[in-house]
Design a protein around this ligand. Structure first.
Ligand code: K7E
Ligand code: CUA
Length: 682
């Protein structure tokens, strides 16, 4: 019945769609950039006049109340079925502990990558040995942690450009960093920071991904040992950690990594120098007041106590030299980790401060590495520092020191300029036209302003000046422009990661989604167009990075049957068709099973209560998308077996009874028959 009426109306639907598409295209051609938005009636009139179109298609546009800007936005974001997106955005999933993969400009969600939090679809953390191992690496003092607060994804770079090979992301809550391999979009490693219990200034990478940066946040004694808050200035410390990344192994090497002890200011965000500033790292800080809270004892609350001074400190770190110092063994072991002490950092000239306007949040290095942009939450300006001036100031020696002896460069010596952009400036991105973009949290807007110096020739506007602002909805945190933090930004698109959505979507109860707004930044001057709203209902994403999709080279299926995604090589327990078997050895039962459309082999497994069960399953499919699941009720086992993959899981059969395992992916017409019995004798 349904398909009959579908057949009847299909030609009409297709005809109507063609008319709409033609109509929209005409509107796009007719409307000049910068022309003010018109009413729906005006849209109709313009389009009709231009093309003599009438009838059904116009009625649809009118009924939907679309303005010319709406129509253009739709044309700019619509991706016909079967066509891929031009860009891929890797977004933090916030306190979901995951990473979101989103296509641009369509804003379609392509994947949620399980990272710090178990994720059932990918069988991430539900029995599969290799996923359990990675999650175990992230334990804190042996304690299982089943979530994370992801903030800053960082794509691996070659010569300062995204290379599409790896993605790193931090967990602010527990000071951890994860490594995701972009051949299969799976998490391969989690490292727990041995000296910090929380972080924030990570993950960022150096231009060739030799180092993954993880800066701290709320100071504690190193290795979070107990010390009274009364001893804050003496016992508490900040830190920045440089994780050594081995590209061939696809792993961070903790033994070759090191941290630098910092004063107990709250280090916030970091960015790596590039090009002229390669080898340097910049982190900002707040709470240089060293407020310790205690509103309940009559102290100012943190929000006031940590905002008293007019200036905090930009941390300027000579990473290249620090790495040499660490390699020479001038480190202290804290919790088994290499740490350059604050005294060594000062003595070796590894650390300098420069004042930065109160309570800064963002620090972003320009594409050429020549300037750093700092935005203070409580200051309406962005402050632009010149790397050249910083170098000169370091050479001529700092007159002042902070109470720990860190040299403080003079503000006037190192600042290039300040630009008033609006209220609550946070994070800055760049494009290919010499513009910078800064999110304005309090204004709920994104400011476009011009870079000067070598960027002047890229645009026609006066240097270092505000060009325009576009409202966003609402409370924007980070913004992400296409490759907008690399040495060669693409321009084109910018996504505003808004914390509040208030009235943008149909109400789904008191917990509202975040709102990602896609903005067209391809036109110069004051022409910025809001194109699309994407609700994010999984956590509060902080940062995202946008890479050209053709830079990614993911596998369609695993390279060989029997692939172990953790070792990225053939698994010794891979099972070929015909080699399936069950072996008993004392109280241990070991199973080698295959999965293929539409059965498991073997289909019956019988063990005795108390047996140790070691179970290997190989998906022997070679067809793209022929994933099989494996669910074992009662034992909390849930796997995803991608084509070619071998998974091993182990458990003790401590409950007798009859358990039905089955495939969770609707893989074939006889998918419901892809099942089996797991019998546990009393
Ligand atoms: Cu939310 Cu970079 Cu953690 Cu700013 S951060 S918003
Ligand atoms: Cu395999 Cu369903």
């Amino acid at each position: 019945m349904q398909s009959q009426s579908l057949q009847r109306y299909l030609p009409i639907l297709v005809a109507a769609l063609i008319v709409i598409v033609v109509l929209l295209a005409v509107v796009l051609i007719v409307r000049q950039p910068g022309e003010p938005a018109a009413t729906p009636e005006a849209t109709t009139a313009v389009a009709e006049e231009a093309a003599g179109l009438s009838g059904d298609a116009m009625a649809v546009a009118q009924e939907r109340g679309l303005t010319p800007d709406d129509v253009i936005a739709a044309l700019k974001t619509y991706i016909p079925t079967g066509k891929p997106d031009e860009y891929i955005m890797f977004s933090s999933g916030g306190h979901s502990g995951q990473v979101l993969v989103i296509g641009l400009p369509s804003m379609r969600l392509l994947k949620v990558i399980g990272v710090f939090t178990p994720e059932p679809w990918q069988g991430w953390g539900y029995g599969a040995e290799e996923t359990m191992k990675v999650l175990e690496e992230g334990r804190v003092d042996g304690k299982e942690i089943t979530w994370g607060d992801t903030h800053h994804p960082a794509l691996s770079e070659t010569a300062g450009d995204y290379d599409g090979q790896f993605l790193f992301i931090n967990d602010k809550a527990n000071a951890r960093v994860a490594v995701i391999d972009l051949r299969d979009f799976e998490t391969k490693q989690i490292v727990k920071n041995p000296i910090a219990i929380n972080d924030h200034g990570g993950a960022m990478v150096t231009p060739n991904t030799e180092w993954v940066i993880e800066g701290g946040q709320y100071a504690t004694p190193l290795a979070w040992e107990y010390a009274s808050l009364d001893d804050y200035a003496d016992a508490y410390r900040g830190m920045v950690t440089f994780w050594k990344f081995d590209r061939d192994k696809g792993r961070i090497i903790p033994e070759e990594s090191f941290a630098m002890e910092l004063p107990p200011y709250w280090q916030d965000l970091c960015d790596a120098g590039k090009k002229v500033s390669e080898g340097w790292v910049f982190c900002n800080s707040f709470n240089t007041e060293m407020s310790t809270g205690g509103v309940e004892e009559g102290n100012p609350p943190f929000e006031a106590g940590a905002s008293q001074r007019d200036m905090d400190y930009l941390h300027i770190i000579n990473l290249k030299k620090a790495a040499e110092v660490a390699a020479a063994g001038q480190v202290k072991q804290i919790n088994g980790f290499n740490v350059i002490t604050l005294d060594t950092a000062i003595a070796e000239g590894l650390l300098y401060f420069a004042p930065e306007p109160k309570s800064p949040h963002g620090v972003d290095v320009t594409p050429g590495g020549d300037y750093l942009v700092i935005a203070g939450k409580l200051d309406p300006h962005v402050t632009v520092y010149s790397f050249e001036k910083i170098q000169k100031a370091i050479e001529s020696g700092a007159a002042e020191k902070d109470q720990y002896g860190v040299p403080i460069l003079s503000f006037d010596d190192v600042v290039e300029t300040q630009i008033e952009v609006g209220l609550g400036p946070l994070h800055t991105q760049f494009d290919d036209k010499g513009y910078a973009y800064t999110s304005l949290f309090l204004d709920s807007a994104v400011a476009r302003w011009t870079l000067g110096g070598p960027y002047q020739e890229l645009h026609d506007d006066p240097a270092w000046s505000l060009v325009t602002k576009i409202p966003v909805h609402y409370n924007v945190g980070h913004i992400a422009a296409a490759e907008g933090d690399t040495v060669s930004p693409d321009g084109k698109y910018l996504v505003s990661l808004n914390k509040w959505s208030v009235d943008r979507f149909v109400s789904v109860g008191p917990l509202l989604p975040q709102n990602f707004q896609l903005i067209d930044i391809s036109q110069p001057g004051d022409q910025l167009q809001l194109l699309y709203d994407m609700p994010i209902g999984i956590g509060e994403p902080h940062y995202a990075q946008i890479i050209k999709a053709d830079k990614l080279q993911p596998w369609d299926v695993y390279p060989e049957i029997g692939w172990n995604p953790h070792t990225q090589s053939k698994d010794p327990n891979a099972v070929e068709a015909g080699q399936e078997r069950v072996e008993r050895n004392g109280n241990t039962v070991e199973i080698w099973m295959t999965a293929v459309r539409s059965h498991y082999n073997p289909e019956r497994i019988e063990v005795k209560k108390g047996d140790r069960v070691i179970w290997h399953i190989t998906n022997i499919e070679r067809a793209k998308d022929a994933t099989h699941g494996f669910a074992l009720p009662g034992y909390n086992i849930n796997l995803s077996l991608e084509p070619g993959e071998t998974v091993t899981f182990e458990f003790t059969a401590d409950q007798d009874g009859v358990y039905t395992f089955y495939c969770t992916e609707f893989c074939s017409a006889l998918h419901l028959e892809m099942t089996g019995y797991f019998l546990v004798q009393p």
